[in-house]
Design a protein around this ligand. Structure first.
Ligand code: FRU
Length: 489
């Protein structure tokens, strides 16, 4: 193993940049057999700074290779978040004959205007690539969408609306989303607004929208993702969603209620890939603006969640968004460490000691309860540092407790026990956990309730056990634990 990618806390099956600062995923697009992931990146420092688009590519969504920087700041400003599409019919006219352009649509954020307290700090620009995303050329008449006098006006997500043969852009504008449309990606017309104070969560400004149609046999809905910072269910940054209808002009939500893609503190600014057919493939920034800039990692800061498949599920007569780790991740399975059926746990059952089993320490866990009961899985080291994920029957809440997980003092709000309501009313329960060096992702009830959390122990958390709650015993229908291979070295 090389020194790079084996530093303390370096994620082993989650993407992180070789060095320096990273936040939001940007320009997620599939083209010519390659998945592209661009990302908010400051290549000059380990904190937020002049934003560029970094770039990584993958053939399988599991192994990522970092590429040279894709977009650099220019006189219009820093390159903030946005999306990318494949302009298959060359609607923009930007591709020379015979070539296909990937078009990036991003926010030009002007730091000088910001310093002058102007409102027109953020405008939308485009850039195109005709060499499969290797290099981008900025459109000479940028910006393509001027600022209407709204200070926070950013994060364009564009998709092709086939029914009306036009591009649609969802854009965050302070406490709401603006929708625009265009025939050519160059001229944009405003269609409508969605949001405002009476709809959804508003602890902070709305950012990084995404709008897409999920069509299933049992149910079809348009889904609008909206990230907010702060104001997440467990503090700081988080992503809410709305289900509803979209007619090419206006999004109408089924309800004004608040729903969260992920209740954990560490899944922000997530959006979906373009050009992947019927799939709704999601990726988030696995951090939080509350402490993202002070996490104790070097020489990089920031990682992505695993890619997740989004779908809909009807529960309690409502449509909910569910997230599941992509099945491609199963290719990482190295060995089955635990395989138990019908197991009764009284107190504690030790499952894995990755040191003893000489495994990578990267784990995938799946377990089922035929009857819902209180449970907790404890991931710990011999210093007593631990991350506990569990279910509290009395409050019907799932939780991840990282209050004794090791390094905590880099940010006062980090040492917390985060909670999420169990949405499902089913009598049985199934849970998948993905455990990397410094993160855990929980998918309960097929992904109806998700929580993602990062942590920084002084020594690797190599011990995994399961505990029954209170005085009762816990009957596990099945438990499987697999060790996973690293993807990065
Ligand atoms: C979300 C965000 C976006 C913005 C970007 C800047 O995390 O604040 O709204 O475009 O980060 O890096």
């Amino acid at each position: 193993s090389s020194k790079l990618y084996s530093e303390p806390y370096r994620p082993q099956f989650h993407f992180s940049p070789k060095a320096n600062w990273m936040n939001d995923p940007n320009g997620l697009v599939f083209h010519n057999g390659t998945y592209h992931m661009f990302f908010q990146h400051n290549p000059t420092g380990i904190g937020f700074g002049p934003m560029h688009w970094g770039h990584a590519t993958s053939q399988d969504l599991v192994h990522w290779e970092e590429q040279p920087l894709a977009l650099f700041p220019d006189p219009l400003g820093h390159i903030f978040s946005g999306s990318a599409v494949v302009d298959i019919n060359n609607t923009s006219g930007l591709a020379p004959a015979g070539l296909t352009a990937i078009i990036a649509i991003y926010t030009s954020h002007n730091p000088e205007f910001a310093a002058q307290n102007r409102t027109d700090v953020e405008r939308q620009s485009i850039a195109f690539s005709v060499d499969n995303g290797k290099t981008f050329v900025k459109y000479e008449k940028n910006p393509v969408l001027p600022n209407p006098g709204i200070r926070d006006f950013r994060d364009p997500k564009v998709f092709w609306y086939a029914l009306q043969e036009k591009w649609v852009m969802a854009l965050a504008a302070q406490d709401r989303i603006h929708f625009y449309s265009s025939k050519n990606l160059l001229q944009w017309e405003k269609e409508s607004e969605f949001g405002g104070p009476s709809i959804g969560a508003h602890g902070g400004v709305w950012e990084c929208p995404d709008l897409f149609l999920i069509e299933q046999k049992d149910i079809s809905k348009w889904v609008l993702l909206v990230s907010i910072n702060p104001g997440g269910p467990n503090g700081g940054s988080a992503t809410q969603y709305f289900t509803g209808a979209f007619d090419g002009k206006t999004f109408t939500a089924d309800s004004k209620d608040i729903n969260w893609v992920d209740y954990g503190t560490d899944n922000y600014a997530g959006v979906t890939w373009s050009n992947v057919g019927d799939r709704h493939l999601f990726l988030g920034w696995m951090s939080n603006w509350n402490y993202g800039q002070s996490v104790p990692t070097e020489p990089w800061r920031g990682a992505m969640t695993v890619p997740r498949d989004l779908s809909l599920k009807v529960a309690n007569e409502n449509a909910y968004l569910v997230s599941q780790p992509i099945p491609e991740l199963n290719s990482l399975i190295e060995a089955e460490l635990v395989s138990l059926n019908e197991t009764t746990v009284k107190g504690e059952l030790k499952l894995v000691d990755t040191k003893r089993e000489n495994s990578t320490g990267l784990l995938m866990v799946n377990f089922e309860l035929a009857e819902v009961a209180e449970w907790s899985f404890v991931l710990e080291n011999d210093l007593g540092e631990q991350v506990v994920v569990g279910y509290e029957a009395s409050s019907r809440q799932l939780y991840v407790d990282r209050s004794s997980s090791g390094k905590l003092d880099f940010e006062i709000q980090f040492a917390d026990k985060m909670k999420a309501p169990r949405i499902s009313q089913d009598g049985s329960m199934d849970v998948t956990l993905l455990i990397d060096v410094a993160s855990i992702e929980m998918f309960a009830d097929g992904g109806l309730t998700c929580m993602t959390a990062i942590f920084f122990p002084h020594k690797p958390l190599n011990l995994l056990s399961v505990r029954s709650g209170g005085v009762g015993s816990l009957v596990l229908g099945s438990v499987r634990v697999w060790s996973l291979n690293s993807t990065v070295w």
